[in-house]
Write a protein that binds this ligand. Structure first.
Ligand code: HEM
Ligand code: HEM
Length: 188
């Protein structure tokens, strides 16, 4: 199996980064849009893609553990190293915690989860009134909702720093940081 080297990232790293990264950007945007404007039709899409991204995110975390973190493409300042590393940790942990907290709020709230018609968790209907949905665990569902909300906005801040850093390296420092994540070799 091909692992990351200093000059070139493995294709697995590049595919997993963009597959998870771009889906998460889409989920942040739809999550905020649908809750701000009460667009209930988007909820099932948001939940389905959120659940699918969890599966890919788990594969990515296992890959990161086997592969280690990439070495810096150029000589960054110590403060840049620290900041990049904190942001990478926040982002990678969020790729697991965002879907998990989303599942907690929906599933433990009794709403269930279907992925494009395939029922993964059943809705918890009330026996007395089958029109009504009952929470499975109200407190944990609320906790999931709180984590989902605050972590969502934390991810947005981390992501802005992450994108600003990537662009700074590409445009100002003109090093290979972004090129490597686009699958290119930066070999001398
Ligand atoms: C337009 C959006 C994005 C750009 C331009 C971008 C760019 C990059 C670049 C250039 C690197 C390599 C950094 C290095 O070599 O030190 C990187 C790594 C990384 N990015 Fe992004 N990224 C984006 C979106 C995201 C998103 C949405 C996430 C998380 C959810 C994310 C998580 C990570 C992580 C955890 C790493 C460390 C390496 C890895 O695990 O693959 N990125 N990104
Ligand atoms: C990486 C994956 C995910 C991201 C980045 C994400 C992001 C967001 C964001 C930014 C919001 C708006 C803020 C809020 O009200 O909490 C939101 C709302 C929501 N998300 Fe997610 N989400 C993800 C996965 C999931 C999953 C897997 C589920 C459920 C199975 C889910 C269920 C929900 C629900 C029910 C809401 C509305 C909460 C409310 O009405 O207050 N999300 N999401």
């Amino acid at each position: 199996m091909q692992y990351d080297s200093h000059n070139k990232f493995a294709t697995t790293t590049v595919i997993l980064h963009w597959l998870v990264g771009l889906t998460i950007i889409g989920l942040l945007a739809t999550g905020i849009y649908m809750t701000e404007n009460n667009v209930y039709a988007l909820f099932s899409w948001h939940k389905a893609f959120g659940f699918l991204v969890l599966i890919v995110a788990i594969v990515r975390v296992i890959w990161r553990m086997k592969n280690g973190w990439p070495s810096a493409a150029a000589n960054y300042k110590p403060i840049e190293h620290k900041l990049a590393s904190i942001v990478h940790w926040v982002l990678i942990i969020a790729t697991l915690l965002m879907p998990i907290s989303g599942l907690m709020t929906s599933v433990l709230g009794g709403h269930g989860l279907s992925v494009f018609g395939l029922e993964v968790f059943a809705q918890n209907f009330s026996v007395e009134d089958p029109e009504k949905t009952l929470p499975i665990n109200y407190e944990l569902s609320k906790l999931g909702g709180t984590i989902h909300f605050y972590l969502g906005y934390t991810v947005i801040v981390a992501l802005l720093l992450h994108i600003a850093g990537a662009l700074k390296h590409h445009i100002v420092d003109k090093d290979g940081t972004l090129k490597r994540m686009l699958g290119k070799s930066i070999g001398e």
